[in-house]
Design a protein around this ligand. Structure first.
Ligand SMILES: Cc1ncc(COP(=O)(O)O)c(C=O)c1O
Length: 397
């Protein structure tokens, strides 16, 4: 077994070697600009982009023209929410999202307030999910857009998008979902889910970083967005900028691989995740699972370990890559907003850790992690116990 062990696959994933192989020619001999209409270099690049577009569309139940390539899910979320709100502003000014969205959704809706939009942030239950009832109660006559995360990046819980989207459709309201943690990991079809807009990211599924897509429904009804990047009219005028041809080719290949192995891969990863959870629960008392135990993506394990700070566990085990929260909120050092919204106190949230099991994870690695994390957690508890004893002795007359 090689160290370090990577167990942070919700933050990002390594590029699959097959994906890299497919991408490489598009950096060198096939380097053309996909918008160059008058020579072979351009045609080759354009045909690779269109091939990836058709493949991605087919894999998520969309039409090729419904796929807009972006720089990743952050941009897709911004385009869907800001572009959607601006485009439909004549219908109303009310936007809804949940309190456990990724920062790119929460910040996008926040920015819309400055443009005169009114925003409702929906509370979630203890599993981090929203109910149809909560959504129904928040809808107003002037609601134009609802955004609900599909699978949560921190706790892995999967929202019932189908019933939520069906309801908003009956009210003529746009429905967007951030599907960057679900596409390629669980069966995903925009037709089955009935969404109008869906954000995808390549680097969560063993594709390159800096590329993603936004699905934009083209009929029943056709969705119109105001572009947020202006320039050369690429991507049907929705996203200006020279296309990232190697990235798009890699993204297409990555999704193809993920979908073709989905059933086997998700069963294998789920069983490793369960092994990790059971192993840690057996050796450390009081371990609690965060997020939904049934509706959850295969690789995510987020747990609360009373008496063991997440940061201390990470510092004591530098050879294991895991996370004390989402990679994004780790940067600002604040306790996870997702865990707090699910009802955990700041203190409890600080004692939570997230493991992301992935394609290359082995049983041997899982067993190593169980042993090391359990040992550290018990040592940390012993330290707390010892310092409490010392305190008691100090105050004793
Ligand atoms: C749920 C979710 N949405 C959006 C993003 C942002 O994706 P990207 O890195 O492609 O911009 C991430 C990645 O951290 C995520 O987990």
């Amino acid at each position: 077994m090689k160290l370090p062990i990577y167990l942070d696959h919700q933050a990002t994933t390594p590029v699959d070697s097959e994906v890299l192989k497919e991408m490489l020619p598009y950096f060198t001999e096939k380097f053309g600009n996909a918008s160059s209409r008058h020579h072979e270099f351009g045609w080759t690049a354009d045909s690779a982009v269109e091939n990836a577009r058709s493949m991605i569309a087919a894999l998520i139940g969309a039409q090729p023209k419904e796929i807009v390539f972006t720089s990743g899910a952050t941009e897709s979320n911004n385009l869907a929410i800001i572009g959607g709100a601006r485009s439909y502003r004549d219908r109303g000014r009310h936007i809804i999202c949940t309190s456990v969205e990724h920062a790119s959704v929460l910040s996008a809706v926040e920015s819309l307030k400055m443009e005169g939009f009114d925003v409702t942030i929906l509370p979630v239950d203890r599993d981090g999910l929203i109910t149809l009832e909560t959504l129904k109660n928040a809808i107003r006559p002037d609601t134009i857009l609802v955004s609900v995360i599909h699978a949560n990046n921190e706790v892995g819980s999967i929202n019932q998008i189908q019933e939520l989207a069906a309801y908003t459709k009956s009210k003529n309201i746009l429905f967007h979902t951030d599907a960057s943690q679900s596409v390629g990991k669980i069966p995903f079809s925009v037709i089955d889910l009935g969404v109008d807009l869906a954000s995808l990211s390549s680097h969560k599924i063993y594709g390159p970083k800096g590329v993603g897509a936004l699905y934009v429904r083209s009929k029943r009804p056709k969705i119109y967005l105001d572009p947020i990047l202006h320039g050369g009219g690429h991507e049907q005028g929705l996203r200006a900028g020279t296309l990232n041809v190697p990235g798009i080719v890699g993204f297409g290949k990555a999704l193809e691989i993920a979908c073709s192995h989905l059933a086997i891969e998700s069963a294998r990863i789920t069983s490793l995740r369960e092994r990790l959870y059971q192993g840690l629960s057996r050796s450390i008392s009081g371990v609690k699972l965060n997020g939904c135990s049934t509706q959850r993506i295969p690789g995510n394990l987020n747990i609360y370990i009373p008496g063991a700070l997440g940061n201390a566990l990470m510092m004591a085990n530098p050879e294991i890559a895991f996370s004390s929260s989402s990679a994004c909120s780790e940067a600002d050092g604040k306790p996870s907003h997702v865990l707090r919204e699910m009802g955990l106190t700041d203190e409890q949230a600080a004692s939570c850790i997230r493991f992301g099991v992935g394609r290359t994870t082995t049983t041997e690695e899982i067993d190593y992690v169980i042993e090391k994390i359990s040992k550290t957690a018990l040592e940390l508890r012993q330290l707390i116990f010892q310092s409490e004893v010392n305190e008691q002795e100090e105050i004793r007359p």
